[in-house]
Design a protein around this ligand. Structure first.
Ligand code: ACO
Length: 370
């Protein structure tokens, strides 16, 4: 038995949800470029769950279910108010989603219909939870979801209590489409491993949130923004990045296990970042990001991933840095739950082996002789 560090190149399952072939990402066979250009996030969620694009009636019915399920239990809001203020927003989200299961009588019902229904519920409630966490941390009361609004519009509305601009809704909706699924990434794998024991969907999504939180995965978008903030002004940029490279530090938002010639999602976020900068008459963040890309790609050959330009996009949408990774979760819960449904439809427990490298032939020594 020989271990493969990080399971690189290991094909751990079959899946018909998304694929990455020769650097092209598809959801259910649709190129991400096509979907980012034309589809709404709700259409994409439907596609991931049910394997086809919805008809107008199916989409209407999904939007209604998402809207009906969007409010969260008052007991959960009361709990969130008790969370310590120093914890990260992702730690709060992980705890809140775990607690959400306690208020769903269907939580342990394992039929396909019950799990599909819970997938829609989780998709509807994650944005409400994230917005509530954000407001409570600022000492504000949560804003109840608006009936009939899309996920993107509702999230921006619940975050501020104000009607968002059409531009902001469109930009966030497109970002959600781009983050919705990504084959067997770390958090999706965590979700599948958890439910493959026949544990419930809430446990699967809680595991996934825990995996997404790390800076090598979804946490990178917040780390990118921290880096841009630390650098501060363009005149300091070259020296700061050079110092990181000389110290062999990882530059957040660059590199990818699967893409070596660039992440197909990054170009959409780069375009969005440029357009938002031009609209706001402030292209500083965009220009700094482009400069960092030039240096890192030039010297290391590493290309930006989905997290790099999303940092400047979200900042320009006036979204707090601590919400960047939770927004990733708001989108990716569609993919996580689609994978959970797929796993459960043809389940086998996921139990790989480890190559043992510890000592052998040890003999027990009684405690008084140690
Ligand atoms: N900055 C500097 N060097 C890097 C970077 C980076 N961002 N990424 C990879 N490298 C270097 C490594 O140091 C390593 O060099 P070495 O062989 O000289 O030691 C080589 O490239 C290979 O990198 P690994 O870390 O082994 O690649 P792996 O496939 O295991 O990791 C990962 C992929 C985690 C994305 C990595 O590129 C990374 O840490 N990037 C920064 C964090 C990040 O942006 N994560 C988000 C990824 S996208 C997503 O999850 C949504």
């Amino acid at each position: 038995m020989t271990a493969t560090k990080g399971l690189e190149g290991i094909v751990a399952t079959t899946s018909s949800i998304s694929s990455i072939v020769d650097g092209v990402l598809t959801y259910r066979g649709y190129d991400i470029d096509d979907l980012a250009e034309h589809a709404s996030f709700e259409e994409v969620a439907y596609l991931l769950w049910f394997g086809k694009l919805p008809t107008a009636d199916e989409l209407k019915s999904l939007r209604k279910s998402l809207s009906d399920y969007a409010p969260i239990p008052s007991e959960l809001i009361a709990q969130i108010k008790l969370y310590p203020k120093h914890i990260s927003t992702m730690a709060a989200l992980r705890s809140a989603v775990s607690a959400l299961a306690l208020y769903d009588e269907q939580a342990d019902e394992m039929t396909e219909a019950a799990n599909e229904n819970k997938a829609v519920k989780l998709q509807a409630q994650l944005p409400t939870i994230v917005a509530a966490i954000s407001r409570i941390r600022k000492g504000q009361e949560p804003v109840a979801p608006k009936e009939g609004a899309s996920i993107a519009e509702n999230f921006l509305y619940m975050m501020t209590g104000e009607e968002p601009s059409e531009t902001a809704v469109k930009a966030l909706d497109q970002a959600l489409v781009l983050h919705a699924d990504h084959e067997l990434n770390a958090s999706t794998f965590a979700a599948r491993v958890t439910v493959a024991t026949l544990s419930d969907i809430y446990s699967g999504v809680t595991s996934a949130i825990g995996a997404l939180k790390g800076p090598l995965h979804g946490g990178a978008n917040e780390a990118v923004m921290k880096m841009l903030d630390e650098i501060g002004t363009p005149d300091r940029l070259e020296a700061a990045i050079q110092e990181k490279l000389n110290n062999r530090e990882k530059i957040m938002g660059f590199g990818h296990r699967v893409y070596k010639n660039g992440d197909p999602r990054a170009k959409h976020l780069q375009k969005m970042s440029k357009e938002l900068g031009e609209m706001n008459n402030d292209t500083r963040l965009y220009e700094m990001s482009v400069k960092i890309e030039e240096i890192v790609t030039g010297q290391k050959g590493l290309k930006p991933n989905v997290d790099f330009y999303s940092a400047s996009v979200y900042t320009q949408l006036k979204i707090d840095q601590e919400l960047f990774t939770p927004i990733f979760a708001i989108s990716r819960v569609s993919g996580w739950t689609a994978h959970i449904l797929e796993q459960l439809a043809d389940n086998r427990i996921i139990r790989p082996r480890a190559e043992y490298t510890g000592p052998t032939d040890q003999k027990y020594v009684s405690i008084d002789l140690r």
